[in-house]
Every structure is written in structure tokens, then in C-alpha cells.
Design a protein around this ligand. Structure first.
Ligand code: SAM
Length: 240
């Protein structure tokens, strides 16, 4: 193991996430593909190994410190970009059935390639806007867990994400340093989309020590027929 892998394995183990050598190899391959493809398309501004493992891989997996993934079988990751947080979670918790939705087809092609190269099963990559995909019966009110990291402010994001969560499921939104104002602003959209704010968890990244928050919203009942509105509107005119 190199020094990055050593701290990665140890910090995760402290949180009850044990990695096998196969899983470590999958992270290594993912890292190499991310850097390689990043030369031909814009996937991430972070390419140094240590930083990718901390700010992308560890940060993504931190969701599992607060939401017990052993009890979850289906995840939808909205605006996954280069695969965060769902692919690191899938590597650590192989039982998950993952659906990734992103509106940029090039990123979906990258993700499909990563899934094949890592030999991951039960990962479906869907190209489209969340507003349109959430109208399809196969995806609407279906998922036990919906995730989104760095996609939009919560007031608009709720309308992209909550329609995917089934009754009794949760939407976990991964945020940075100070989400209080955003959470306040999002109260109306949470209620309109049949959610209930249940928790705001805080953690610090192990080296950078920067603050992260995970906002957990439970889905109380099915999505009202009028949501999500036409593609573009949720972020342009958020429910506030
Ligand atoms: N979640 C990743 C992360 O944490 O690194 C990527 C974040 S990136 C800033 C936002 C992603 O959301 C982009 O890949 C973009 O294509 C996607 N996106 C933005 N609006 C979307 C929408 N309405 N439906 C689906 N994907 C969307």
C-alpha cells in the first residue's frame, strides 16, 4: 500500500468501513481513469492522488457514516458528474443497486466505462435531466436513498431529487461548510415535495479539516403530480 492508501484504509476502518484488496484496487483504477479522461473532458479540478482520495473518495463515502447503507438496497445519484458520491459508495457497499442520472452525456460515457473497468454490477447510468427522468414510472417515487453532491442550492435541488425517493426513503444532500441559510431557504420546497428535514450531520475531512454537512430529508408520501416542473424551472425559479 502507498501512503495515501494507508491513511484511506485506516480512516475508513475507524468508521466501520473495511476495504479488501480488491476494493482498494478498484479505487486505484478509478483514480487512474479519472485522471486519464480528465485530460480530454472536464471531470474534476482535483487530480493529485492524495486530494482525490480525500475530497472525492473519502468525502463521498462519509455519507455512510450517517446513513446506514446496510439497510439500503437502491440509490439514485442525481448530477453525479464523475461519479460522486455513488461510485465510491458502490465500491464499499457492493450490494447497492445504483442509478446515476446526469444531463451531460460525456460524463455518462465516462461513468459507463468506469463501471465496466471496475467490474461493478447493478449500476445503471442514465443520460437526461432529473426533471424528465423523475417523470418516468421506473424512477418516480422508487428509491430508498437519493443522493446529490455539489449540484445546486437545496431549494432548487429538492425538486430535482425528492421525486426519486420513495415513501419512507430519504434524500441525503452533501454540502460544504455552512448550510444553515440554505436549509432555511429550502423549508418550503421540502414541504411542497413531501419531505421532512430529519437531520443535519457535520464532519471534517481528515487532513484538510474542512467542514462538510449532510442534510437528511425523509420522504413522507408520493410526489404531487405537478412536480418536478418543466426542465430548467426548478433551478431557475426555485420554490421558496
Ligand atoms: N456530484 C458530482 C460531484 O460531487 O463531484 C458532480 C457535481 S457537478 C458540479 C454537477 C453535475 O450535475 C454535472 O455533472 C451536471 O451535468 C449535473 N446536472 C446539473 N443539472 C442537472 C439536471 N437538471 N439533471 C441531471 N444532472 C444535472
Amino acid at each position: 500500500m502507498n501512503s495515501t492508501e494507508t491513511w484511506f484504509v485506516e480512516r475508513l476502518q475507524e468508521q466501520g468501513v473495511a476495504l479488501s484488496s480488491l476494493q482498494l484496487q478498484q479505487f486505484q483504477t478509478y483514480y487512474e481513469l479519472l485522471v486519464e479522461w480528465n485530460e480530454k473532458m472536464n471531470l474534476t479540478g482535483i487530480t493529485e492522488r492524495e486530494a482525490v482520495y480525500e475530497k472525492h473518495f473519502f468525502d463521498s463515502i462519509s455519507l455512510s457514516f450517517f446513513v446506514d447503507l446496510k439497510d439500503v438496497s437502491s440509490i439514485a445519484d442525481i448530477g453525479s458528474g464523475a461519479g460522486f458520491p455513488s461510485l465510491p459508495l458502490k465500491i464499499c457497499f457492493p450490494h447497492l443497486r445504483v442509478t446515476i442520472v446526469d444531463s451531460l452525456n460525456k460524463r455518462i460515457q465516462f461513468l459507463q466505462h468506469v463501471v465496466e473497468q471496475l467490474g461493478l454490477q447493478d449500476v445503471t447510468c442514465v443520460h437526461g435531466r432529473a426533471e424528465d427522468i423523475a417523470r418516468l414510472p421506473a424512477h418516480r417515487d422508487r428509491y430508498e436513498l437519493v443522493t446529490a453532491r455539489a449540484v445546486a442550492r437545496l431549494s432548487g435541488l429538492n425538486e430535482l431529487c425528492l421525486p426519486f425517493a420513495r415513501r419512507g426513503g430519504v434524500f441525503a444532500s452533501m454540502k460544504g461548510a455552512d448550510p444553515d441559510e440554505e436549509v432555511q431557504e429550502a423549508k418550503r420546497s421540502i414541504a411542497e415535495l413531501k419531505g421532512k428535514l430529519t437531520n443535519v450531520h457535520h464532519l471534517k475531512l481528515p487532513f484538510e479539516q474542512s467542514d462538510r454537512h449532510i442534510i437528511v430529508i425523509s420522504k413522507l408520501s408520493d410526489t404531487p403530480a405537478k412536480y418536478p416542473r418543466k426542465a430548467g424551472l426548478p433551478l431557475k425559479q426555485p420554490i421558496v
